[in-house]
Design a protein around this ligand. Structure first.
Ligand code: ADP
Ligand code: ADP
Length: 229
């Protein structure tokens, strides 16, 4: 079964038709790029796939099972992880606290020692070399981005959506991010990569879907595409 399959997704904002019956399938372990001009509907589809926006029509399934009920945020987080352009961590809190907040939004009491140990395990699992006791605001851009990824995946999702994840990274940071994504992929994690940079799509992805004016235009192997921008 696909990591995610969306069919016939329709979304309107007033008189704007943001998605006009689009479909998208991402297989397990696939690196799938979503490209298209500003306003094509990419962000809206991401919002639908992550349970943030309720579509006016269409269906979403993860691993062959229907998506969680509307509003069941915790259940959606177990299905799909998302790294947005905007940071989802709380800068004043430590790495460990941020990871824990995501996993247990209710926030029951826990000893710091236990919290730190769990965070350390989670960071090790995703190969993130950061001290769980560090505050997010004291980390570099790249470390912060890696914590975002660990945070997003901490609920056990096998699909991660990355919306322009390279925007704040330098060339070295992008290379290290891509290395990390390839390692996750080797573990069977699928990703949907939204990018304005075709070069990054060529480097990282095997399949590309193009949107134009709220419609799905094509899905094709990256290997077959022309190399000029
Ligand atoms: P991107 O750069 O990813 O294409 P945009 O700049 O188009 O994103 O949109 C940024 C945010 O603003 C998104 O959350 C989107 O849903 C929202 N947005 C975009 N267009 C409108 C609009 N016309 N009215 C209200 N919100 C909008
Ligand atoms: P993309 O991410 O490809 O730039 P979006 O999904 O942000 O595209 O936008 C698709 C269309 O929907 C655009 O016309 C945009 O202005 C509109 N739109 C997106 N979010 C909102 C919103 N929250 N309210 C009103 N219009 C929106």
């Amino acid at each position: 079964d696909p990591a995610v399959r969306a069919t016939g997704i329709v979304k309107r904002y007033g008189s704007t038709l943001a998605l006009d019956g689009v479909h998208l399938t991402v297989r397990p372990g696939e690196a799938h790029a979503l490209v298209g001009r500003n306003g094509a509907g990419k962000s809206t589809l991401v919002s639908v796939l992550t349970g943030m926006v309720r579509p006016d029509g269409g269906t979403v399934a993860f691993g062959g099972a229907p998506a969680p009920g509307w509003g069941d945020t915790a259940a959606w987080q177990r299905k799909v992880a998302c790294v947005y352009q905007k940071s989802m961590t709380v800068p004043e809190l430590t790495v460990a606290e941020n990871l824990y907040l995501n996993r247990f939004p209710g926030g029951r009491a826990i000893r710091w020692r236990t919290l730190r140990a769990r965070a350390r395990e989670l960071l090790a699992e995703y190969g993130v070399a950061v001290d769980p006791a560090d505050r997010i605001k004291d980390l570099g851009v790249e470390q912060r981005q890696f914590v975002e990824i660990a945070r997003a995946l901490s609920c056990g999702a096998r699909l991660i959506v990355l919306d322009e994840p390279t925007a704040r990274l330098d060339a070295g940071g992008i290379e290290r991010l891509f290395g990390k994504l390839r390692a996750l992929r080797a573990q069977g994690v699928a990703f949907l990569f939204i990018s304005h940079h075709l070069q990054e799509v060529y480097e990282l992805c095997d399949t590309v879907t193009v949107f134009r004016d709220a419609r799905h235009v094509l899905t094709a192997p990256v290997a077959g595409l022309p190399r000029t921008e």
